[in-house]
Design a protein. Structure first.
Length: 456
C-alpha cells in the first residue's frame, strides 16, 4: 500500500517539476498514469502480480510518469528501478535530459547510470596484446587474438584505441568511440565472461569492471532490451540487480518481440571456424602443461580428439554447401537463369533461406553430430580453464604466466559456445504447433569467399 507520506513525496516532486519546467501545464492523463503506476507497484491491486500495461499518445509525458510513479517508491523500499528501452535515442534522452532534470528539481536523492553489456566494453588485456608488435611489425600472439590477419589500417585503429584508453580520453565502450569500429576488429578485443575476470590482475582496471562498480551504486539503471534479456536468461541478478529487488519498466515494448528473436540467434562462418578449431588442440595442450596435474591430461586428450572430429564434420558441411552453391546462390559462377528456388529475392542473391526453416536431411545429421561434439568440447575446455584458475589460486602457476593463456582459452570458449548454439538450432526439430526456426546461408566475399550459417 502507498503510505500518505509517500503520496505526498510524489505530489511534491510533481509540483516542483512544474515550477521549474518552462510552459509546464499539469495534465490529467499524466497524473493518472503516475498514480496507477505507483499503486500497481505498491501492490494495491495485487500483491503477487504487480504488472501494468500502459498505452498513451505522444506528448502525454510517459517517461516522467513512470519515473515519478516508480522512483520514490523504490527509494522508500530500498529497491532499484530498471528502465529498459529499444533505441539509443530514448536512452540518451533519459540519461542526458530526463533523469538529470528529475534529480535536480524533483527533490529526489538518487543516482542513475546507463548500463551496458560486457561485450560493449573493450578488454584492456586483449587490446594490449593486439597492439604489441614483434620484429616483423605484426601483432604478437595474433594466432589466437585475431580470426583474420589484421591489415595496416586495422593496426592503426587498434593503436589509436589503446592510446585513448591509456590517456583517459576514451572510457572503453564501443558506443563512445569516435567512429564506427568494424566487427572484425571489435570482436577480437571486446570483453568476455571467460577471460575478463576481476580477480586477475590484468583485468582489475578493465572498463567493464569500472562500469560495473558505478552500476552497483546506482538507484536507477537504464538498459537496452538485449541486456535485460541476457540477465533474465541467466536467472536474474547476474548482470543487473536481483529481480526481487527491482521494479522493471519496459519502454518501447513493441520492439521486444524482434529483440527477443534476434537475441536467440547464432551464426558462424565455415572457413573461419575451421581455422580457429585447428588451433584449439594446441590451446588445450598448453593449458594441460601449465596446470601440471594428472587431472588435466584426460580433458586435454578428449578435447584434441573432439577438435579433430569437429574439423572433419565441418569440412563435410563446407564441401556440401560449396557443391550446392549453384542451387543456393543466384550469382554463383555456375548458376543459370533456370534456378527454380523462389525464396531468394532479387536483392538477396548471396542469401539462401531454407523454406520454413527445413534443412536437407544430410545437413541435419551433420548438425546433430556437430552439436554433440561442440558441447563436449565446451565441457573439456571448461575443465582445463577451471583447472588453470585453481592452479593459480593454489600457487602452482604464476599469474603472469597463466593470464595470456586464460585470455586465449576464454576467447576459444566464447567461440565454442557460439558454435554449439548454431548447430543446436540447426539440429533441433521444430514443433508442429509453433513457429519454425529460421535458418539461412549467406555467401560472403569480403576478404575471401566463405559461407555464413545463421539461425534464429
Amino acid at each position: 500500500m502507498l503510505s500518505d507520506k509517500l503520496k505526498q513525496v510524489i505530489r511534491q516532486a510533481y509540483k516542483a517539476i512544474g515550477e521549474n519546467l518552462t510552459h509546464f501545464n499539469p495534465r490529467k492523463q499524466q497524473t493518472f498514469l503516475i498514480a496507477e503506476i505507483a499503486k500497481t507497484l505498491a501492490g494495491e491491486y495485487s500483491k503477487d502480480r504487480k504488472i501494468i500495461t500502459i498505452e498513451a499518445g505522444t506528448g502525454t509525458g510517459k517517461s516522467l510518469a513512470y519515473c515519478l510513479g516508480a522512483i520514490p517508491l523504490a527509494l522508500s523500499r530500498d529497491k532499484k528501478v530498471c528502465i529498459s528501452t529499444a533505441t539509443v535515442a530514448l536512452q540518451e534522452q533519459l540519461v542526458d535530459k530526463d533523469l538529470p532534470f528529475l534529480k535536480k528539481y524533483a527533490g529526489l536523492n538518487f543516482d542513475f547510470t546507463l548500463a551496458k553489456g560486457r561485450q560493449r566494453y573493450v578488454c584492456r588485456q586483449k587490446l594490449t596484446q593486439a597492439v604489441t608488435t614483434g620484429s616483423d611489425n605484426e601483432p604478437a600472439q595474433a594466432g589466437f587474438t585475431f580470426a583474420e590477419k589484421p591489415d595496416a589500417k586495422d593496426i592503426r585503429t587498434l593503436n589509436k584505441m589503446h592510446k585513448a584508453l591509456l590517456d583517459g580520453s576514451w572510457l572503453g565502450d564501443i558506443d563512445s568511440w569516435e567512429s564506427h569500429l568494424p566487427n572484425h576488429i571489435w570482436h577480437q578485443v571486446q570483453s568476455d565472461k571467460h577471460s575478463c575476470l576481476k580477480n586477475l590482475s590484468e583485468h582489475t582496471h578493465c572498463p567493464f569492471h569500472k562500469a560495473r562498480e558505478t552500476m552497483d551504486q546506482a538507484h536507477v539503471l537504464v538498459v537496452n532490451h538485449s541486456l535485460l534479456l541476457a540477465d533474465l536468461e541467466l536467472g536474474g541478478g547476474k548482470i543487473l540487480s536481483p529481480p526481487e529487488d527491482t521494479f522493471y519498466i519496459i519502454d518501447e515494448a513493441h520492439h521486444l518481440p524482434k529483440v527477443t528473436r534476434d537475441f536467440s540467434s547464432a551464426s558462424i562462418t565455415l572457413k573461419g571456424s575451421i581455422e580457429w578449431l585447428t588451433k584449439l588442440r594446441d590451446t588445450g595442450d598448453k593449458m594441460a602443461k601449465l596446470i601440471k596435474s594428472k587431472n588435466a591430461i584426460s580433458p586435454a586428450l578428449k578435447l584434441g580428439d573432439d577438435c579433430q572430429d569437429l574439423l572433419v564434420e565441418m569440412q563435410k558441411v563446407h564441401d556440401f554447401i560449396e557443391a550446392n552453391a549453384p542451387v543456393y546462390f543466384l550469382d554463383s559462377d555456375s548458376s543459370s537463369q533456370s534456378n527454380k528456388f523462389s525464396n531468394n529475392s532479387k536483392n538477396d542473391d548471396q542469401i539462401y533461406r531454407f523454406e520454413n526453416g527445413v534443412i536437407p536431411p544430410t545437413l541435419k545429421n551433420w548438425a546433430e553430430d556437430l552439436q554433440s561434439l561442440s558441447k563436449k568440447s565446451v565441457s573439456h575446455l571448461n575443465k582445463l580453464y577451471n583447472g588453470l584458475i585453481e592452479a593459480v589460486k593454489d600457487g602452482d602457476t604464476q599469474m603472469y604466466v597463466a593470464e595470456p593463456l586464460l585470455a586465449e582459452a576464454g576467447f576459444m570458449l566464447q567461440r565454442l559456445e557460439n558454435l554449439q548454439a548454431l548447430w543446436f538450432m540447426y539440429a533441433k526439430s521444430d514443433s508442429e504447433k509453433g513457429a519454425p526456426m529460421a535458418r539461412w546461408l549467406e555467401k560472403t566475399t569480403n576478404k575471401r569467399r566463405d559461407y555464413l550459417l545463421s539461425a534464429s
